[in-house]
Unconditional design. Structure first.
Length: 259
């Protein structure tokens, strides 16, 4: 499976002796369309509708009626997407690239359609690559999803470790934040807002990062809370400001979801 993913990543090689008809002409056309020729785009898509229908029918293993079947619309949209994304530096033919994009969008569409669950066996999606290896695009798609999920978990762990090291510069342990967090939701929302205000003010953040202390006096000029509130929630506010100001997209997303 790793080999299959690697090949998918690099793109399938064209077999010797096989080439896309009028490849250079197609590349010129694609380049003109990408430059903004809307008339040419419409004509090009119209001319290749039979090709889109053929790819869709082959993928679904049944005749696809362009006038009635949603799958055709999905594939046609993917064909237009491929026009926008294609580059000759990919080392692949446009039609080969377009077919890959169409298959991916059709897989996503069929997986989301409840009416297909339990009705179409995974084996019906089997296809062969250029070396006659049997591939199943759904299994490949799921493997990529699993990889991305694991990658996300590792990146989250890395963020937390880096954030923990940053907190120690302020004599704060990551584990302390649980105790430092306000118990009431409205209080947390208020502190989120103050932390964001702090993070968005370059001068306040410069003071925080250089002096390693919360600029309470300056912050009081911008927020409607008491000094006692800021002092009592010092650790929590510093943590929030560091998250909004630092390279912590996962932690930042989490805060924004909570907000």
């Amino acid at each position: 499976m790793l080999l299959v993913l690697f090949k998918k990543f690099l793109g399938k090689k064209q077999s010797q002796g096989q080439s896309e008809p009028h490849a250079s002409s197609l590349e010129v056309t694609i380049h003109q369309i990408q430059a903004g020729d809307l008339r040419l785009r419409n004509q090009f898509i119209s001319d290749y509708q039979p090709y889109v229908a053929k790819v869709t029918s082959r993928f679904c293993k049944r005749y696809i009626d362009p006038a009635r079947d949603d799958e055709f619309s999905i594939a046609l949209g993917a064909f237009n997407e491929a026009i926008n994304q294609y580059s000759s530096v990919m080392g692949r033919s446009f039609l080969g690239f377009a077919e890959t994009v169409m298959r991916r969008r059709l897989i996503d569409f069929l997986r989301k359609e409840q009416r297909f669950k339990g009705q179409i066996p995974y084996s019906s999606f089997d296809q062969e690559d250029d070396e006659d290896n049997l591939l199943n695009p759904i299994e490949i798609h799921q493997a990529i999803e699993a990889y991305e999920k694991q990658k996300g978990l590792e990146e989250r762990r890395s963020e937390i470790l880096d954030f923990s090291r940053c907190l120690r510069d302020f004599d704060i342990e990551f584990s302390e934040l649980t105790e430092a967090a306000p118990k009431h939701d409205d209080s947390r929302q208020m502190l989120f807002g103050i932390g964001r205000t702090l993070a968005q003010d370059a001068e306040l953040m410069r003071t925080l990062l250089t002096k390693r202390q919360l600029p309470i006096k300056e912050l009081l000029e911008q927020v409607q809370v008491s000094r006692k509130t800021l002092e009592r929630n010092r650790k929590y506010l510093i943590a929030i400001a560091l998250i909004f100001n630092g390279p912590y997209p996962y932690l930042r997303d989490y805060l924004q979801i909570r907000e």
